[in-house]
Ligand binder design. Sequence first.
Ligand SMILES: [Zn+2]
Length: 180
Amino acid sequence: MKLFVFYHDDVDTGTRRIVPRNYLQSCVIELEKVCDREFVIEYLSSVPGMTDIDYKGGEEIVLKDWIRRVRAFAGQRGLSLDRTHRYLLVTGDKLSESILGVTYAGHYAVIASLYSYQVIAHELGHSFGATHEDAELQYNAFGLVCETYVFPDRQVSRANCYQYSLKNRQNIAAFLGAVD
Ligand SMILES: [Zn+2]
């Protein structure tokens, strides 16, 4: 598994330092466990044509634009676009008032903001076949109601579970099970 993390130019250096630990680690550990393979993560910054993309133009248009750029990037470098490769653009801000990130189900191109801790895990989950329908509310270790990563209706009054639901873990395993 290979994950390319592109930091948008608007993500400052201090924030880049905490992204691996605070936004990525717990979901990557879980994904590795679920699919029983290791993730190799490559972080990229200041890549002209990639990290300077205007992501405020409406999520559908922006995602299509990102896909086009990812295809060019992968093509130039002979990189695969199969389901073991993900190209994640990390943005400092939301895409719009209500849109925190975007991808297509099972797609290699993903955009996620750092607006809250679970956005990257949420969108990566979609990109590996996780669905809103199979997300759920749970109780965390402190007895508080929490949202699993792909829960659609984020409410600040609820905690993050920092994990995928069992059903979504099965969805992800099934999605990646088709790969050698
Ligand atoms: Zn979603």
